[in-house]
Design a protein around this ligand. Structure first.
Ligand SMILES: C[S@@+](CC[C@H](N)C(=O)[O-])C[C@H]1O[C@@H](n2cnc3c(N)ncnc32)[C@H](O)[C@@H]1O
Length: 283
């Protein structure tokens, strides 16, 4: 019996996913690459290699789950963020490229030679905390989450990547660090409004990672309210938010005594990060 080749499978897989995914070809490559333990470059270089029937079957099963809306990262158990290969499970949000804007903005304000204390609230897979900890080895980073399952994934990622300058705490926002202060507080909290139609396409991800309540601003408001009391002198807060929430988040920060509030845009040009410095604390 003729065996199907890698390139034939990728072609048919991409066509199969095209009505369901904007990145159908990439999805097919990542899924087949996971099954065959090969990178995308290797798949391209060995396109004429035949694929064993059990691997074809495994690929078809993954395609079916992808068509039903399961993110590729949950199917492969991996996601790259800031060049870190992270393990992800359905208990954590799949880290998004736009969150790299938040990491970039924090790193710009964290000098390499300074042993700063950094807090990442709602760390999920640990993506932000681990990226900052890797880039700033002298910093002591704390990642928090309400979800023990998320913290277990974050811990596993830190161990797998050999990143030691990060600690993990569980709790509702600042309750996880009641009497601690930091040079930088960063967060990508849930910020999608409960009735946002976009949630329909995100059903595989933990609801508590996506939406904090009716308006979508509830978590951002709680973090803005608590941030000043947890900052060291000269510190700053950097918060990711929805593309249509920049003004609201700036107003929240201003109402809690932050000044010099700046809005930063992601690679697609959308305002995604609010940066603020406490009033008495101008850098
Ligand atoms: C949007 S996800 C961000 C995950 C990760 N930081 C990232 O950027 O990929 C928000 C995270 O906040 C956590 N979370 C939700 N409510 C929380 C709360 N009240 N206190 C602490 N963490 C919370 C969720 O469990 C989730 O991991």
């Amino acid at each position: 019996m003729m065996q199907v080749t890698i390139s034939e499978l990728l072609r048919s897989g991409a066509a199969d996913l095209a009505p369901h995914s904007e990145s159908a070809r990439l999805d097919a490559e990542l899924l087949l690459g996971e099954i065959l333990s090969r990178g995308r470059a290797q798949l391209a270089a060995h396109g004429e290699d035949p694929v064993e029937p059990q691997n074809v079957q495994a690929f078809r099963m993954m395609l079916a789950r992808r068509r039903e809306g399961m993110p590729v990262a949950y199917l492969t158990g991996r996601r790259e963020f800031w060049s870190l290969g992270l393990r992800v499970t359905p208990q954590v949000l799949v880290p998004r490229p736009e969150t790299e804007t938040l990491v970039e903005s924090a790193l710009e304000l964290l000098p390499r030679a300074h042993a700063a204390r950094v807090l990442d609230l709602g760390t999920g897979s640990g993506a932000i905390a681990l990226a900052i900890a890797r880039e700033r080895p002298l910093c002591a980073v704390v990642g928090t989450d309400l979800s023990p399952e998320a913290l277990a994934v974050a811990r596993e990622n830190a161990a797998g990547l050999g990143i030691g300058n990060v600690a993990w705490r569980r709790g509702h926002w600042f309750d996880a660090v009641p009497s601690e202060r930091f040079d930088a507080i960063v967060s990508n909290p849930p910020y999608v409004a409960a009735d946002d139609p976009a949630l329909a396409a995100l059903q595989a991800e933990p609801r508590e990672a996506l939406t904090p309540g009716i308006t979508g601003l509830e978590a951002l408001a709680q973090i803005a309210a608590g941030a000043r009391g947890h900052l060291l002198e000269g510190g700053f807060v950097a918060l990711e938010h929805g593309a249509d929430q920049a003004e609201a988040v700036a107003a929240l920060l201003a109402s809690h005594g932050f000044r010099l509030i700046r809005s930063l845009r992601d690679a697609a040009g959308r305002p995604r990060v609010a940066l603020g410095f406490p009033e008495t604390n101008f850098p």
